[in-house]
Write a protein that binds this ligand. Sequence first.
Ligand SMILES: CC(=O)N[C@H]1[C@@H](OP(=O)(O)OP(=O)(O)OC[C@H]2O[C@@H](n3ccc(=O)[nH]c3=O)[C@H](O)[C@@H]2O)O[C@H](CO)[C@@H](O)[C@@H]1O
Length: 502
Amino acid sequence: MASLERLQRGLESAGQPHVLQFWPELSEEQRDAFLQELAQLDLQGLREHCEAAAKAAASPPACLDQHMEPLPPDSIGSVRKSDTKSLSRWEQEGLLQISESRVGVLLLAGGQGTRLGVQYPKGMYNVGLPSGKTLYQIQAERIHKIQEIADSKRGSKCTVPWYIMTSEFTLAPTEKFFEENNYFGLQPSNIIMFEQRMIPAVTFDGKVILQGKGKIAMAPDGNGSLYQALVDNEVLQDMKKRGVEYLHVYCVDNILVKMADPMFIGFCVSKGADCGAKVVEKAYPAEPVGVVCRVRGVSQVVEYSEIKPETTELRGPGDEFVYSAGNICNHFFTRTFLQDVTEKFKGQLKQHVAIKKVPFVDTCGNQVKPTKPNGIKMEKFVFDVFPFSRNFVVFEVVRADEFSPLKNADGAAKDSPTTARNSLLAQHCRWATSAGATLQDEHDNTFLPSASISAEDSTPAQFEISPLVSYFGEGLEHLLKGKTLTTPFILDEKRAKELQAQ
Ligand SMILES: CC(=O)N[C@H]1[C@@H](OP(=O)(O)OP(=O)(O)OC[C@H]2O[C@@H](n3ccc(=O)[nH]c3=O)[C@H](O)[C@@H]2O)O[C@H](CO)[C@@H](O)[C@@H]1O
């Protein structure tokens, strides 16, 4: 552990001696905990971090709008627009790669879920499905199923390892949750959890914020922290050891996420891409999704918080949005590309400024909950490596099938537990109907499939299909054709066996 004198000197030379101002008031136990926290700080880089944060917050945000142009339409693969032969070829290619254990998935789960307002990791959230499944369970079961589908193609066992990036806030509860739930039936050795770094929040005049008398206000430094975390935790070495060449990186809150999506993987592999992004057509100008576009001729994402409203509203000749390629935080990377990024480009990642309300102790030692923003958090974004790609591709998918994020608490009109739940149930209702089932409520009223997912819509049928039965709507016909089912109904493996026997 670092000695107090050494820390004092380090903090002084970083211009942050106030960090220890309450030291005399701390108990032995608090001092030990604080020393441990301070030992993690990069004292060398602290001055630079604080000065850069204050400077960035004081300067007007870089405006990229005038340098933006949309992606050329022919550079985008699309579930809606590409021909069915190509789609099927890509899917087969992806399945082949999965069956050879060359594909892994990586979950970005280090965020604090502030907008949703829960104190635990978002993946543990239960949106109120008939089964009561959490986001983590749904994702685990999709991995299970895609392995099974790929196994049956090749006749041998494959593994899709699940890398999970957590932060100080999410690691312990996530580990505990997985353990308590028996890793949702997956092999624990194929679930690799690791932690991203945290950085101090800083005041507008460049001072580290004390959250308590013996605690610095630390925050995860954005999902672009991934690249440092890959190095810190030797994740790429683990991938290499397992023979994993392709990684599907995704964010925790999209209830419709297709884990290791074979079509997306196959598309990227077939195009020889080192880096790829899935997009959906933007729903409305102010939708909080980044847009994939070109800036000064280079493909990248411009985040929703950094684009002018008038740019988001621009429309093309067919009245479509000019910037319509909405980023859904589903990325493809080759291991080689990630290796390059960690070796050559990691230090060049852009820093984004987020101005937040950060609780603090004032100089008299009073705990203050600020009513207006008082702190700067510097963040890196996972997609900021796109400009380093040699062959970047984009794949457009159908929103109703693949994107319904959980961002806000119930009561919000969009991206809430209700909209997430409804979009999943509506999808399952569509799958069941196209497999030939008739779904009824308890009064024998028949449900019609709906593609809509907004909270104002009527509630879809309470018909839920376990991912262990179907990954993406496949394999349902022999169970459901010609059957009339009364909801609520959960089609799990047991029910599937019963239906098959009928
Ligand atoms: C920077 C980024 O990717 N932005 C995307 C993100 O925005 P959005 O602002 O919604 O991003 P979130 O803050 O929800 O973070 C996305 C994911 O990154 C994880 N996370 C976040 C911070 C952190 O330090 N560590 C970490 O792992 C979160 O747990 C989450 O799984 O999703 C939207 C789609 O839903 C996209 O349109 C945005 O372009």
